[in-house]
Design a protein around this ligand. Structure first.
Ligand SMILES: [Zn+2]
Length: 473
């Protein structure tokens, strides 16, 4: 089943064919490490990490690069405000970023290159662009000459003439055209700077992604991803710089996710309506945020509300219970050797759900449809588990594998097995205590424990072969 990806460059869903058989090079624009990330920042980080997981599931070797922007205006301004060095600010918020990434179960990229550690590559690139006539220098600043790059606008669909006409007054009067952008910026007093052929200075923002993606993935690579607010000008400028320099295609598939809204307004720091991941995690597990993000198609707009999070929490709980009960059964019960009609039928449903899940993911990573398959199958397995009689072990094992592969490995949810282990031990301990209380005819104590178990959503069943239990909420 071929994988189809919506390519912003061609505005079409296309079959995914990597440059090198069996390998995928992927670059995603990472955080500017000047503050905590908000949930709008987290959306692309979660989505494209799921893309990476699915590509791996399909057998590709994926090289996944996510940069850390550790020098730019926002970094400089915030460091000034906090009266610390830009490098100190970067160190702090790189650590904070990884703490948030961990709570969202976002795996590390293969490389997290930092702009300030690639100044040499950046200078090489700017020098090359200058030599080829694509860049011009004015008093220690270097600008990209957009009019020299014929394909400018091909990603965002913008027309260069309209852009020029529509551009407001040149913010920097020295530029030839208002849409020309900075490749290198002359150092200002008190700002971090590096020695360059144009004097002391620092890189512009767009150039770092061209330099670092080229360094780790080559001149042409498979997938470049980010939020749709990056299409213009950031990614348009990356294409211009990279293709002007290399004279060959930069990226084959461009992927962009939709905006995240808060009360139907785009979430952005400038509007002041942001929700930090760190703050939400005070109240909800990171997994709930992850689930909420994956419950919508990545290209659709997504509206954030507390209600949506609560709903996500309940949905996760439902799936979690199904998995928990399957695992519990696998450890506790006796099994029957034979398979009857019901066993065969549930195995068939499992196969169908898995197939539909993978079909949905192959269709431009349709995670909401994929999730619906998990729920559909959970309903079936609950009916199966609640039916009387011994169960077949293969069915139970296959069911567990279904969840581990699809929910755990691909979507990165419900992998919290250690926590469940200890939960299970706690329940077992309470059940033992209750049995002892019963032996001593201490009914008050045994009722107290039963109520406590009930609060935890545990349903006890006294059977001739001892107490059995199950999680119900
Ligand atoms: Zn970038």
């Amino acid at each position: 089943m071929p994988l189809k990806i919506y390519n912003t460059l061609t505005r079409k869903k296309e079959e995914f064919v990597p440059l090198k058989k069996g390998e995928v090079g992927m670059y995603i624009c990472g955080p500017t490490v000047y503050n905590y990330i908000h949930i709008g920042n987290a959306r692309p980080f979660i989505i494209f990490e799921v893309v990476r997981r699915f590509l791996k599931f399909k057998g590709y070797r994926v090289k996944y690069i996510q940069n850390l922007t550790d020098i730019d205006d926002k970094m400089i301004n915030n460091a000034k405000k906090l009266k610390i060095k830009v490098s100190e600010l970067a160190e702090k918020f790189i650590q904070e970023y990884f703490i948030d990434a961990d709570s969202l179960n976002i795996e590390r990229a293969d490389v997290h290159p930092r702009a300030t550690e690639h100044i040499k590559e950046i200078i090489e690139l700017v020098k090359g662009l200058e030599e080829k006539g694509y860049a011009y220098k004015i008093d220690g600043d270097v600008f990209f000459d957009v009019s020299k790059f014929k394909d400018y606008g091909k990603l965002s669909g913008q027309n260069i003439k309209e852009l020029k006409d529509g551009a407001r007054v040149k913010i920097d009067e020295r530029k030839k055209e208002a849409i020309d952008f900075a490749l290198w910026k002359r150092a200002k007093e008190g700002e971090p700077s590096w020695q360059s052929p144009w004097g002391q200075g620092r890189p512009g923002w767009h150039i770092e992604c061209s330099a670092m993606s080229m360094r780790y993935l080559g001149k042409t690579f498979d997938i470049h991803a980010g939020g749709s607010d990056l299409v213009f000008p950031h990614h348009e400028n990356e294409i211009a710089q990279s293709e002007a320099y290399n004279n060959q295609q930069f990226v084959r598939y461009w992927m962009h996710n939709g905006y995240l809204y808060l009360n139907n307004q785009k979430m952005s720091k400038s509007l002041g309506n942001i929700m930090k991941v760190r703050d939400i995690c005070q109240k909800y597990k990171g997994e709930v945020i992850r689930y909420f993000i994956l419950s919508a198609h990545y290209r659709s707009p997504l509206n954030f509300s507390e209600e949506q999070l609560q709903q996500a929490e309940r949905s996760l709980q439902r799936l979690g219970n199904a998995i928990f009960n399957v695992k519990h059964l696998l450890k506790q019960d006796k099994f029957k050797k034979s398979k009857d009609k019901d066993d065969e039928s549930i195995l068939e449903k499992r196969r169908e759900s898995e197939q539909k899940f993978i079909e949905a993911m192959n269709d431009d990573f349709n995670t909401p449809v994929a999730l619906s398959q998990l729920f559909g199958f959970s309903r079936e397995i609950n009916i199966y588990l609640n039916s009387p009689g011994l169960k077949n072990k293969e069915v139970i094992e296959e069911t567990l594998k279904f969840y581990q592969e699809l929910a755990g490995k691909i979507l990165g949810i419900l992998e919290d097995f250690d926590r469940e282990e200890s939960f299970e031990q706690e329940i077992e301990k309470l059940i033992k205590e209750r049995e002892e209380a019963r032996k001593e005819r201490n009914w008050v104590e045994s009722d107290r424990i039963r109520n406590k178990l009930q609060e935890k959503g545990i349903l006890l069943e006294d059977t001739p072969s001892g107490v059995r239990w199950k999680k119900t909420k």
